[in-house]
Design a protein around this ligand. Sequence first.
Ligand SMILES: [Zn+2]
Length: 257
Amino acid sequence: MLFKILFTIWFFLLGSAVGSFLNVLIYRLPRKESILFPSSRCPSCNHKLAPKDLVPIFSYIFLKGKCRYCRAKISIRYPLVETLTAIFFALSFWVYGWSFHCFKILILFSFLLPIFFIDIEHMLIPDVLSFAGLGIGFFLSLLEGKIYQSILGSIVFGGILLLIYLGALLILKEEGMGQGDIKLGFFLGSFLGLKLSLLALFLSYILGGVISVFILLFKNKDLKTAIPFGPFLISGSFISLFWGESIISLYISFFIK
Ligand SMILES: [Zn+2]
């Protein structure tokens, strides 16, 4: 038990460090900057940041959310991403322990979190994340002996989105979603397999519908242009990954008594 607690704390710290790197991806990928060079700088005054400015979560708290050099406000996204990743890593280890499944969902999370934030801010999903994620999804499934499930999930998840996209293009003469969403679908399917992919798609559209109505009511935005679909695909996939089996058996139990 003591070891489990110590390792959970270690996973929390590991997660916060990974989150710090994900912040770099979120800022630099959509701006087409290198993710390795140069070292981190304040986006406002361009001052090089010292190691003491880059301690995940704590630097933000210690600096009260302002740059040490120019006092410009630091986006809340930085500590948010670090904290979310830290909590997700710690919880995953606590629940799944030293397992292949734990490793797999930590990898998946590390790809999806940056896509989530980049899509919300820039309305785009970098191809490099979707393609690398798809490759890793196939590779991990191969190791697990579930490669056929993975290929089938990918074809169905991405394929259905592609059909909806082409349908909207043909009938409504407009793009119903971005092409990035379709590539993301192929990637998600490779991790989820067939059954969970179908549920994830279904949940994504329900979530998308419900939340779009709320955003329209309160922010009065133009639905078609203002709301990216990627975050819904990601949320639907996570619900499906963690609670999919329970949701499906609950659903079946309604019909088989
Ligand atoms: Zn600054």
